[in-house]
Design a binder for this molecule. Structure first.
Ligand code: ARG
Length: 572
């Protein structure tokens, strides 16, 4: 696909003095409205070097470039030159690119040869996977897909919270009050119940805490009974997580969680000792970060046990040695900002020059319409329940709206879960937001169902067109694109053309919402085009041109949905 801006910059470079095509490209503006042209070039800056009034320079350029068939019109407005591209040519170029690349449209090879780790989800064993966790899972999954589409060699890691003193408590609780069948039936809810019970009982009988500590020590030493119980809790929890991941269509390459590093910590602590960055504080080993405006990081407790942060440092070193990443991304809530700033700094102090390849991608909090959700307040919303009710509620909407589908179950799943994912990825990730069923499942707003519905509508136009559409999609016909150069067709063409750049920008900013917003735009432009124009007209040439645009829109929306981790149902 041609880079229209670049082409313009090169043409301009031939008409002005003292500026390179690259400098010119940076000066080119996109007018707020298409009626003012596709591009505008301000001439103020040139006055000095060219020793002429900007208006005159603009008039000169207008005259020189007016003859070019790249443009349908070149217009001089004061010190500006406005360029109207040859719409039919732009459309032909963009659409043929989509036809040729199909599901690869928007992909590229800019990441070839570079390894990127994306760590996301990372729930805690035997703790609920609540709606707050969905953010990391869904954002991380999309970031992975975006990087993957750009040719990076990606590794998906789930850094499970499967280690720590709480397992001592859980084992004690299970041995006292536990029931095997109950755990197997609903592992996380049950284990959580034991955990809560442990705390209630420990309030009355503090000796339970000592027992839990001793139990954790036995677990750390690898004693058989404790290890087996721990392993079983982990397996059962993972089964439940996997059920959620399957529903969301999320996968991982590695589940190396915190426990994986339990035998890799001594070496890390030794390295830190060698570098002289550890200090003693009340018997514990800490890194003083005052110089950097941060509270000290506790690395090793008085009793010799290590901490969450120690395991993160060990994990990063392991990942560098094992994968040799070019980038190591952590999709973790903004509540952990300090934690990441601390240990990124520690990695740097340890002398690792790859510290700046570690990136924390934070995100804000989700709350429910009836108040914040927090585990502590006991107001736990389980992700699985959210997903199940999304599917149930969608089923109702489908029946109510008489949605055209042959498989209600599948469509309800695609749309319901898609709606939750889409909502998650609609806003800038750092923003806190309130989860609202009405907003999420609305078919008319800027929602997942709206975009999926638009996609299905485009598919249905193509289906109804039968062979004419097939000829276009297979690239057999070369259509006359002057039939798709009206205003609404052209806006659609331009939004499709921007898609590959949008994907790159989303990767650079670790911001899937850039893709989300853009496919909402494409869907809206498509619907405008659909309302403004008759597509299945008698004139074959006109019909095939319009069908080719419908196809390009449909394929681009689908590619966008795929990058978000959503499916694109063909009937809705
Ligand atoms: N398990 C942690 C939690 O649920 C998140 C882990 C984030 N990843 C990390 N490398 N620290 O809060």
């Amino acid at each position: 696909m041609k880079d229209q801006k670049k082409i313009l910059a090169e043409l301009l470079a031939g008409t002005v003095e003292g500026l390179s095509a690259e400098e010119i490209e940076n000066m080119i503006e996109v007018p707020p409205e298409s009626s003012m042209g596709d591009f505008a070039f301000p001439c103020f800056k040139l006055a000095k070097t060219m020793r002429k009034a900007p208006q005159m320079i603009a008039a000169d350029i207008t005259e020189k470039l007016s003859g070019s068939d790249v443009f349908s019109e070149v217009k001089n407005v004061n010190a500006y030159v406005n360029f109207f591209m040859n719409r039919a040519e732009v459309a032909a170029d963009v659409i043929s690119e989509v036809v040729q690349k199909a599901e690869e449209y928007g992909s590229s090879d800019i990441g070839n040869g570079k390894k990127v780790i994306v760590e996301y989800s990372s729930p805690n064993i035997a703790k609920p996977f609540h709606i707050g966790h969905i953010r990391s899972t869904v954002i991380g999954n999309s970031i992975y897909k975006i990087y993957n589409a750009l040719g990076y060699d990606t590794v998906r890691i789930n850094h499970l919270g499967d280690y720590g003193t709480q397992f001592g408590k859980m084992i004690v609780a299970y041995k006292r009050w536990g029931n095997k069948e109950e755990v197997e039936k609903e592992p996380i809810k049950t284990l959580l119940k034991y955990y809560v019970q442990f705390h209630d009982e420990a309030d009355k009988d503090p000796s339970l805490e000592d027992e839990a500590r001793a139990t954790f020590t036995r677990l750390e030493k690898g004693e058989k009974e404790e290890t087996e119980l721990w392993q079983w809790f982990r397996d059962e929890s993972l089964k439940e997580f996997t059920y959620v991941y399957d529903m969301l269509g999320v996968e991982f390459d590695s589940y190396a969680g915190e426990s994986f590093y339990s035998d890799k910590m001594d070496r890390i602590v030794d390295m830190m000792e060698e570098k002289g960055i550890l200090k003693e504080s009340e018997g514990a080993r800490i890194v003083d970060l005052e110089e950097y405006g941060m509270t000290p990081a506790l690395i090793k407790k008085k009793d010799g046990s290590t901490l969450y942060i120690t395991r993160d440092i060990a994990a990063a070193v392991y990942r560098k040695e094992h994968y040799n990443f070019d980038k190591n991304i952590y999709v973790v809530a903004s509540q952990q900002n300090l934690h990441f700033q601390q240990w990124f700094r520690i990695i740097e102090l340890m002398g690792f020059d790859w510290a700046d390849q570690c990136v924390h991608v934070p995100f804000g909090m989700v709350s429910l319409e009836d108040g914040t959700m927090s585990t502590r307040k006991g107001k736990v919303v389980f992700l699985i329940d959210v997903l199940n009710s999304a599917v149930e509620k969608t089923k109702e909407v489908i029946k109510e709206k008489n949605v055209a589908t042959e498989d209600i179950e599948q469509t309800a799943k695609d749309v319901g879960i898609g709606a939750v994912i889409f909502q998650e990825l609609s806003n800038n990730r750092i923003k806190d937001y309130t989860f609202s069923w009405n907003k999420v499942l609305n078919f008319e707003g800027e929602t997942g169902p709206y975009v999926q519905y638009t996609h299905a509508r485009a598919v249905s136009v193509l289906r109804n067109a039968g062979e004419s559409a097939e000829a276009v999609i297979s690239g057999k016909v070369k259509s006359d694109m002057s039939f798709v150069s009206g205003d609404s067709a052209y806006e659609l063409v331009k939004s499709i053309a921007r898609f590959p750049q949008v994907v790159i920008e989303a990767a650079d900013k670790y911001e899937p919402s850039i893709v989300t917003r853009h496919i909402i735009d494409i869907a809206q432009f498509f619907n405008k085009f659909y309302h403004d124009e008759h597509i299945l007209v008698d004139n074959e040439a006109e019909k095939s041109a319009k069908l080719s645009l419908v196809y390009a829109a449909q394929q681009t929306i689908k590619n966008g949905l795929t990058l978000l981790g959503m499916s694109a149902p063909e009937r809705m």
